[in-house]
Design a protein around this ligand. Sequence first.
Ligand code: RFL
Ligand code: PHB
Length: 395
Amino acid sequence: MRHRTQVAIIGAGPAGMFLAHMLAMEGIDALVIERRDRAYVEERVRAGVLEQGTVELMRRLGLSDRLERDGLVHGGTNVVLDGRLFRIDMTALTGGATVTVYGQQEVMRDLFDAAESRGLPIVWNASDVALSGLDGAQPQVAWRQDGVEGRVDCDFVVGCDGYHGVSRAAIPADVLRTFERVYPFGWLGLLADVPPADHELIYANHERGFALASMRSRTRSRYYIQCALDEDVADWSDDRFWDELCLRLGDETAAKVTRGPSFEKSVAPLRSFVAEPMRWGRLFLAGDAAHIVPPTGAKGMNLAVSDVTMLGAALTEHYRERSDAGIDHYSARALARVWKAERFSWWFTSVTHRFPTMDGFDRRIQMAELDYLRGSLAAQRTLAENYVGLPLEAA
Ligand code: RFL
Ligand code: PHB
């Protein structure tokens, strides 16, 4: 095992792997250290919608062959309020922007295949990962793999190890500040090999709760319904799921839903979370290690990508131009964008879900908000510019 690298990356999720490819392209030496194996990381069913910036990064890194072929480009999205559907023309409202439906599983496959052919080093099945020396000049990362100890000295450590990782905990408690909202519901998701109800996504607010019609391809549908946090998947037969979904989507959309046997069903909790700062000494945090959004705005993976886009540029500046301006500003720059995505995801969740504490006033405010969205191009434009992804820097 190698004993020295320039950048040690903890975690081989989207944040870690995009960063590894960016650094490799700049000739910066990096080692990725991952707790699980490739199949585990690649098979997790998660994100489905890529912002334009994420698509552009995949192109820049030479990872977009399958994306160009199989990705579904969407110029609009749809909202249903108590059965009535309206469309938001995102492309028209943003001067040409789109999003692309291409599953996180496909993104990971592209990242791992290219890592293999480009010879990017990844340590799989690394347990007991421990960071040290982060406030000095020469940090170290240690781990165990198949009972054997590994260790690497490096210039920087990047914590891309997700919400449950070890990196964030390495920041001293008197430095780290965290901000959190836990929502009193979850999403029950289903995958089935049936054609999607529509060629675009449909977000529905129904008095029984939220529902979302999404997809992975022209032949694979991804549907979600809001559920209780302690919902037991075993209580949800496919028939029960389809019935509840169709009820919430309303007659017009339900008529276009093709039912079929599911091959995946799971419950995900919803949370908003931000840790500040995103840098301490020679440790940087990126992606879910630093922040979580509820999935309603499809921002999670895209935020991981915007973090590492900024960090990759900052590390390149450090090695190429011997300037630390980028790494010194990373935390503030990243957090400015993170908080706007937090705001959007929180807002979109708030106006589309049923909250247990809601009274008649809250419900009518929610309906007024979506009715306003239906009737106002200004409101639609606000949604559209957030949905397709804000620029890396505020204008
Ligand atoms: P990840 O993907 O959690 O990867 C972290 C990696 O670190 C490893 N790890 C460790 N490695 C070494 N040592 C340790 N101690 C370690 N601890 C953990 C883990 O094994 C893992 O491989 O974080 P990253 O890279 O920051 O990426 C974040 C995204 O995966 C996440 O934000 C998205 O999946 C969120 N998300 C969505 N994002 C979107 O942009 N668009 C969407 O449409 C979207 N839909 C979703 C979502 C997430 C969902 N769930 C299940 C949470 C829909 C759902 C239902
Ligand atoms: C998905 O397809 O998994 C998906 C799409 C849009 C969201 C969240 C999840 O807002």
